[in-house]
Structure formats: structure tokens, C-alpha cells
Write a protein that binds this ligand. Structure first.
Ligand SMILES: NC(=O)C1=CN([C@@H]2O[C@H](COP(=O)(O)OP(=O)(O)OC[C@H]3O[C@@H](n4cnc5c(N)ncnc54)[C@H](O)[C@@H]3O)[C@@H](O)[C@H]2O)C=CC1
Ligand SMILES: O=C(O)C(=O)Cc1ccc(O)cc1
Length: 363
């Protein structure tokens, strides 16, 4: 493979291409973004070799195209490929959070000797843009790959081999199953997170403290409401059918929950929380997944002077970089916890070892 064309130089496109550039410096990478400034940034970061003048000319020279734009834009580019001249055996993959729309073009593209392998790296962040991209972003995350046609098997292996150094865990799935599952685990929770924020804002009319006291758990559960609205508009439109069904289920469940609260039976209310806790506690949350993008480590620190600098000193001595540090729940009379973020699981493992005189834990 000699030439890759990446369309959409944002968080995901930027991260993927950084990884490819690092492991395959000889592959020529052309980049294109709707906003010129993002192409300029990507060029200055040296993660692309050249900025495309337009989609058509760079697409016609490419051996592999990566579509990393909001999903509806990627579908438009997929359709455009049916209209223009492309190299024989061209491979196309995307990074979109929904898969059915683009994958429905697979057989048409195949007739033009274009091999579509849908892709969805199930890792990311509420932060967008090439500036936040990093080559480790997909380490240990699930990466869904999608194709239907037997003739696309070789292209599937090629895409998988190219992305293997990301250290993602590849799963092959149908587009239909993918859109249903991600609707449940990712898209619908985004709707709820944004709705909770709207609810908070409406209630500030009753008391301003609703905003002031919105910390801790409320911030955790609504973090993803800070995501890019263009991206979530497209995901919502593309996965509308599942989202409407999930919303109906949710409304029904909320009705039952309302009755549970109105009835006020302590044992049943306890069971409501306990059964949720039991199920959540056995989710595979230790692994990097769609809900985490950094490798966090919690360190218990006695509330006495110098403990935080002691932790950072030990890590510094062991040459382990911290990407973020946050102090949680430190009050005068209790132990505090430090949340340290690392860029890879390896760094976190080394930190656990280096901090062996402290109690450390991961969630
Ligand atoms: N953010 C996340 O956590 C994840 C996002 N995805 C998917 O990856 C894709 C990209 O998402 P991000 O990188 O997060 O978004 P982003 O907003 O960071 O980057 C998207 C880039 O595409 C550019 N763009 C928009 N329309 C364009 C067009 N018509 N032509 C060329 N460039 C265009 C934007 O200017 C932007 O630079 C989306 O389809 C999203 O659903 C997948 C996994 C995780
Ligand atoms: O910010 C988060 O934790 C996310 O939810 C990241 C994310 C966003 C979109 C995807 O398709 C997959 C992962």
C-alpha cells in the first residue's frame, strides 16, 4: 500500500493517522478537512504529508481511503466514490459511530472494484478535533469491522493488519447488530445525558443552586453531554429507528419507576438500586471501552502535607508521564484520593508498581 487518503482530520481521523504514520512512515498520506485550518494543523503536526486540493482528485490516486467525518458526510463521500474514477482494488474504511447507512453501499461499491470495510473504533472522548488526537487512543478498545461480501475478505485482512499497531481489539459484526448494540450502550445514553443537562437548566428558574451544586455524580453522568453536536446530530439521525424504540422502552421503565417511588415500598426501592448495582459491578469496566478514553489510577492519600508531591516525585523518578491529575473528595478529616490519568495501560501498570507504598486501585 502506497497512498492513503484521510478525510476528516478530527479526533478520530487524527488519532488513526498518527498511529499509521508512526508505524508506516513510508506510506504517503494525503489529508482533507472541510475546515482548512484543521488540514494545516495536521500538516504542521506531521501526521499527513500533503493537503488534498479536493476530494475527487485525491480519492482517484488513493490505495486506501479513511472516512472520518460525521456519519452523514461519510455516506455522501461513499456515494461520491460511485461517481468518480478510482484505482482498481481501492479499499475504503470509515470510523463512523453508525454503520448501516454506509454499509448499504458495499455491494454497489464492489461492482466498481471498491472494497468497503466499515469500521468503528469504540473509543474516543467528548473532546473533538485533531489537536486532541493521540496515537494511543484506541489501545485496548474494541474496534468493530464490518463487511458482508465474501469478496471483501482480503480487504478486511488488509485493514485489520494496518490498524493492528493501534492495539485495539477487533470484532467483526453485522451493521444491523452494530447499530442496535451501540444504540443501547452509547447513542441512547448520550440522549439521556443531554436531557439531564436540559432538565438542570430548566430548574435553575426555581433555584440558582441547581447549577451551583451540580458537581460530583451529576458531572460524571453528564460528561458526554459536552460532545460535538455535529457528530451527535448525524448519529441520532442515522440511528433514529433504534433510538425511538429505546426511548419508548425508557418511558415505560420510567413510568414503572415513578409508581415504585409513589408506592414507597422500602424493600422494592432497595431492590431497584441493589439490582442495578449488582449488574453494573460485573460489567467489564476494567477494560478500555467506549466509556473511557484514558487509563485512570486512583491513589488513596492520607490528608497530610506533602503527599501529593510525594506521589508525583515517585512517578517522575520512574519517568512515568501523567496526562491528568485530579484531587477527589479531600476533606480535613478523611482520606483523599488522587485520580491520575496515563496515556497507556503500560504506564498505568508501571505507576501501580512504583507507588507500591500507597493503596492504588482502578475502576
Ligand atoms: N468522538 C468520538 O469519541 C468518536 C467518534 N467516532 C466517529 O468518528 C467520526 C469523526 O468523529 P470525531 O473525530 O470525534 O469528530 P471531530 O469533530 O473531532 O472531527 C471531524 C472532522 O471532520 C471534519 N468535517 C466535517 N464535515 C466534513 C466534510 N464534509 N468534509 C471533510 N471534513 C469534514 C470536521 O471539520 C472535523 O475536523 C464520526 O463519524 C464519529 O461518529 C467514532 C468513535 C468515537
Ligand atoms: O466520551 C465518551 O466516553 C464516548 O462516549 C466516546 C465515544 C463516542 C462515540 C463513539 O461512537 C464511541 C465512543
Amino acid at each position: 500500500m502506497q497512498r492513503i487518503f484521510i478525510v476528516g482530520l478530527g479526533l478520530i481521523g487524527g488519532s488513526l493517522i498518527q498511529n499509521i504514520k508512526f508505524h508506516h512512515p513510508n506510506i504517503h498520506i494525503t489529508g482533507y478537512d472541510y475546515f482548512e485550518k484543521y488540514s494545516d494543523i495536521a500538516l504542521s503536526m506531521k501526521i499527513i504529508d500533503e493537503i488534498a486540493i479536493d476530494f475527487d482528485s485525491s480519492a482517484s490516486e488513493a490505495d486506501l481511503i479513511i472516512l472520518a467525518t460525521p456519519v452523514q458526510q461519510s455516506i455522501e463521500y461513499g456515494k461520491r466514490l460511485l461517481e468518480i474514477n478510482t484505482k482498481p482494488g481501492l479499499i475504503v474504511t470509515d470510523t463512523g459511530s453508525t454503520k448501516l447507512g454506509l454499509s448499504s453501499l458495499e455491494s454497489k461499491l464492489l461492482k466498481k472494484d471498491i472494497h468497503l470495510i466499515g469500521g468503528h473504533p469504540m473509543a474516543g472522548s467528548h473532546k473533538s478535533g485533531v489537536i486532541n488526537s493521540k496515537k494511543h487512543l484506541f489501545e485496548n478498545a474494541y474496534y468493530v469491522l464490518i463487511y458482508d461480501e465474501d469478496e471483501n475478505e482480503a480487504a478486511y485482512s488488509e485493514v485489520k493488519n494496518l490498524f493492528e499497531p493501534t492495539k485495539a481489539k477487533f470484532i467483526k459484526m453485522s451493521a444491523k447488530e452494530h447499530d442496535y448494540v451501540t444504540g443501547v450502550v452509547s447513542h441512547f445514553p448520550h440522549v439521556i445525558a443531554s436531557s439531564l443537562i436540559h432538565m438542570n437548566e430548566e430548574n435553575t428558574q426555581v433555584s440558582e443552586y441547581v447549577k451551583t451544586l451540580a458537581a460530583g455524580g451529576f458531572r460524571d453522568i453528564t460528561r458526554i453531554a459536552s460532545s460535538n453536536a455535529d457528530m451527535w446530530r448525524d448519529i441520532t439521525l442515522e440511528n433514529k429507528k433504534h433510538l425511538v424504540t429505546l426511548m419508548e422502552n425508557w418511558i415505560e421503565q420510567m413510568e414503572q419507576t415513578k409508581e415504585l417511588i409513589q408506592e414507597g415500598n422500602p424493600a422494592l426501592i432497595h431492590d431497584f438500586y441493589q439490582s442495578a448495582k449488582t449488574y453494573r459491578d460485573q460489567l467489564p469496566i476494567k477494560e478500555q471501552g467506549a466509556l473511557t478514553s484514558t487509563f485512570d489510577l486512583y491513589v488513596d492519600i492520607p490528608d497530610k502535607p506533602g503527599m501529593i508531591s510525594e506521589v508525583t516525585r515517585i512517578l517522575g523518578q520512574s519517568h512515568i508521564s501523567i496526562t491528568n491529575i485530579r484531587i477527589l473528595e479531600v476533606r480535613e478529616d478523611i482520606m483523599g484520593a488522587l485520580r491520575l490519568s496515563f496515556k497507556s495501560s503500560n504506564d498505568r501498570d508501571r505507576a501501580i508498581e512504583a507507588l507500591n507504598t500507597f493503596d492504588t486501585y482502578t475502576l
